[in-house]
Design a binder for this molecule. Structure first.
Ligand code: FAD
Length: 425
């Protein structure tokens, strides 16, 4: 019977994890591994670092929670730091394996990283099994091939809703013995506890346990999910939207688990526009995941992948710094940016306005904004972040050429008493 490695990527959970369930069914013994590149990992053209301390701390909580969940099943998570290929080679020297399982992700670095791993595995006689499981709808349930993915969301939604199928939840039936190799100690750079600003919308804690608690709290209440469509443009506090994004981004929760919780809500309280609207938002998420898979590196190009107008830039670095520091002089935009830096979270309304202001009012390259969000967001997700930014810049999926928000009007519509602006003044 084969010995396998299950390589956790952005699927930090043991429940509803189809690839993990498959690996457990196919292998006699498994080495459960999580590999973290060091925090000193170089940034990219627009930012010298990849992730801020809040996201690293959230990630650490996700991994510790995963480790505890696996331990409760009697198996050991091996945590190592460094280059993934070197780590996998080191593990092979400690215990030989012949299969390697890992979920498929969008994003050029994610794809290139996996290709390097696959090349290493192939030249060492290891069979590689990869599986796309990041979306609510499976690739095989789409009514079109990925290359024929509609460019516009409404067309995507209409087509998938006509052929609606969400897979069953996939749980592990029995756990193969683990190979208990040693883990590396956490490096100092990974803050053990993050100090969340008391003004934060929610005290986000990484891991499936906290994610599930939030899911049950939000989807178990007629006052929360039952009013989502009316409240979702809010700016302050835990209740205006689900706040599930960090757990979805790290895979502590699967979109199928969220969907099942919405169905449970509908069984209990009846379906309404709000319960539908949360599914609608999960479809936006799917749409961007599939778009990133289809478009590849074009989601990072300044000219993007849409048919919109190429964003121009006047490269005014003083404006850029003011935007990043929440010092533009626009109370609404500034409050959004300060919230992001202090908490790692920003509402959807805030993200749209802060992004639009950078791109359309300050005429700065949208990728500077996208990489700043990448650094700070707890829920950073390559597809959701870069495709939303491209959309607002008018170089992505938007049928109109860019979304310019009138930030003054938005502020008076959504923060009429400046409560939000004053909170972050
Ligand atoms: C410029 C910009 C950058 C963004 N970057 C990210 C990102 O890196 N990661 C991320 O998860 N979301 C991103 N979003 C989408 C959205 O703002 C967040 O998902 C949402 O604010 C998270 O809060 P919530 O969980 O309470 O959302 P809810 O309103 O409760 O929505 C439920 C879930 O649906 C999904 N969702 C909702 N809106 C969108 C959307 N527009 N695109 C994709 N998924 C969506 C999320 O998974 C979210 O958790 C971005 C939006 C903009 C405009």
């Amino acid at each position: 019977m084969p010995v396998g490695v299950y390589y956790f990527r952005k699927d930090c959970r043991i429940n509803d994890n189809p690839l993990l369930a498959r690996a457990c069914a196919e292998c006699d013994q498994l080495i459960y591994v999580w590999v973290c590149p060091p925090p000193s990992q170089p940034g990219h053209a627009w930012s010298s670092h990849r992730a801020g301390s809040l996201r690293y701390a959230f990630m650490r909580e996700c991994i510790e929670d995963l480790r505890a969940d696996l331990a409760a099943e009697g198996v050991v998570l091996v945590v190592r730091f460094g280059d993934p290929v070197q780590v996998l080679a080191q593990i092979k020297a400690e215990c030989s394996y012949d299969r390697l399982y890992g979920e498929e992700l969008p994003g050029t670095e994610e794809i290139m990283g996996w290709k390097t791993i696959s090349d290493y595995a192939a030249s060492n006689g290891v069979q590689v099994i990869q599986h796309w499981q990041r979306t609510l709808l499976s690739l095989s349930d789409l009514p079109f091939g990925i290359n024929n993915l509609p460019r516009v969301f409404t067309s995507f939604r209409t087509k998938v809703e006509q052929n609606w199928h969400v897979r069953e939840s996939a749980d592990v039936l029995s756990w193969p013995k683990s190979v208990a190799l040693p883990s590396d100690p956490w490096q100092l750079e990974f803050a053990k506890e993050k100090k969340m600003d008391p003004r934060a919308s929610l005290d986000f804690k990484g891991g499936a346990k906290s994610g599930y608690e939030r899911l049950l709290c939000y989807c178990g209440s007629a006052d929360l999910l039952g009013r989502y469509k009316e409240t979702r443009n809010g700016l302050i506090g835990p209740d205006y939207s689900s706040k599930l994004s960090p757990w979805l981004a790290w895979g502590c929760l699967s979109p199928v688990e969220v969907y099942d919780a919405i169905l449970n809500y509908e069984d209990k309280f009846g379906a309404n526009e709000s319960s539908y609207w949360l599914v609608f938002e999960l479809l936006w998420r799917d749409f961007f995941q599939f778009t990133a898979r289809k478009e590849g590196r074009r989601i990072f190009l300044r000219s993007g992948f849409g048919e919109g107008v190429r964003s121009k830039s006047n490269g005014r670095s003083v404006d850029e710094i003011k935007w990043k520091e929440g010092q533009t002089g626009h109370a609404f935009v500034d409050a959004c940016m300060r919230e992001l830096v202090a908490t790692g979270y920003m509402s959807n309304r805030g993200r749209q306005n802060a992004a639009s202001y950078l791109v359309h009012d300050l005429a700065i390259d949208w990728r500077i904004g996208a990489s700043f969000f990448e650094y700070h967001l707890l829920d950073y997700d390559v597809a959701s972040n870069w495709c939303n930014w491209a959309y607002i810049a008018g170089v992505g999926n938007d049928p109109r050429a860019g979304r310019k928000f009138n930030v003054d009007k938005q502020a008076s519509d959504y923060d009429p008493k400046q409560t939000f602006g004053k909170l972050w003044a």
